[in-house]
Design a protein around this ligand. Structure first.
Ligand code: PLP
Length: 320
């Protein structure tokens, strides 16, 4: 297994000069090596750096276990196929899990809440727009970060702003080219809001880093899956949950005007979970507090995550 070739020869923990490291040591993975994040580098000719030529994934991690490993891997595989980047070994769940376990444990993230980030670029090559020579190895990078779910905000509901969706027409691919998303989120932050809701041709597409769902007369509505939105894993799970709870679901976009007329509104994403939105552009949505459908889906989604990672833990404990 070439991607793990250093495992047997490398010391189980990297040698780190503690005098030069101020913060907690955080271990990442880069092209077959485990190393302190502070000293991990990529080539200045990496096509991710030069062109934004790559894709990424983010997994929710609870007590060291990845939530929905396979759905995220499938989306990543699809993105790589669309961009014609060779799929590296880490696309295999067992390889990913082995790498993730070591990155998480050596970063002190085996307990509690974390997020695991995986990026794959087309690799390093002299700068030219066309693809590099066949055989150019993709760059593979993994890191993990502690996250703190915003539960207090979830209780009272968050604010959002509405903004034009200026992104390209392949928003279904999770590319590392996130400049419109970065600018939208920054605009939200500068207005004291949690998310920017993006509007294309008068229609709500999604948020800068989460999908947007609304409740209209008891029906849960969200933009259908197509090239204009990311097929969010959380979105998919929430829709499945809603259907299983007997809540009517319509994958039909709603307009900017309807956005303000929603009974309830929320965003959904891997590190966001289900987050009620109670104000948009300083206008109150619904009753101005998290609605009953949203709160129910939020509770059920949290339970689903906890049960899913606990079940995985049981399997590992029993077999290990
Ligand atoms: N939409 C965008 C633009 C995103 O960046 C994200 C997550 O990063 C999502 C939606 C939510 O996707 P997921 O639930 O898979 O995290």
């Amino acid at each position: 297994m070439p991607i793990l070739r250093d495992r047997r020869s490398a010391p189980s923990r990297p040698v780190i000069d503690r005098n030069t490291v101020q913060a907690a040591i955080v271990i990442c993975y880069r092209n077959g090596e485990f190393l302190p994040r502070a000293s991990a580098t990529v080539s200045v000719e990496d096509r991710g750096f030069i062109f934004g030529d790559g894709v990424y994934e983010v997994w929710r991690v609870i007590n060291g276990r990845l939530f929905e490993t396979d759905r995220h891997l499938a989306r990543l595989e699809n993105g790589l196929r669309e961009l014609r980047i060779d799929a590296p070994d880490i696309l295999r769940a067992e390889v990913l899990n082995e790498i993730a376990e070591r990155v998480l444990s050596e970063s002190g993230l085996s307990e509690g809440e974390a997020a695991l980030y995986l990026e794959v670029t087309r690799g390093a090559a002299p700068r030219a727009h066309a693809f590099p020579a066949a055989g150019t190895a993709p760059t593979v990078f993994v890191m993990a970060n502690r996250i703190t779910p915003a539960d207090a905000l979830r209780e009272r509901g968050a604010a959002a702003i509405a903004m034009p969706d200026i992104r390209w027409l392949r928003c279904d691919i999770k590319t590392i080219q996130l400049l419109p998303n970065v600018l939208a989120k920054q605009a939200a932050v500068e207005r004291g809001a949690t998310e920017a809701i993006l509007i294309r041709d008068g229609v709500v597409t999604e948020g800068s880093h989460a999908n947007v769902l609304g409740v209209f007369g008891g029906v849960l509505r969200t933009h259908p899956l197509n090239n204009l939105i990311l097929p969010g894993i959380t979105r998919g799970l929430v829709l499945e949950l809603a259907r299983s709870l007997g809540i009517m679901v319509e994958e039909r976009a709603f307009s900017e005007q309807e956005l303000f007329e929603a009974d309830e509104l929320f965003i959904a994403g891997t590190t966001t979970d289900v987050m009620p939105i109670v104000r948009v552009n300083d206008r109150v949505i619904g009753a101005g507090v998290p609605g009953e459908v949203t709160k129910r889906l939020s509770r059920e989604y949290r339970a689903l995550m906890d049960e899913s990672v606990a079940a995985e833990r049981d399997v590992v404990t029993r077999s290990g």
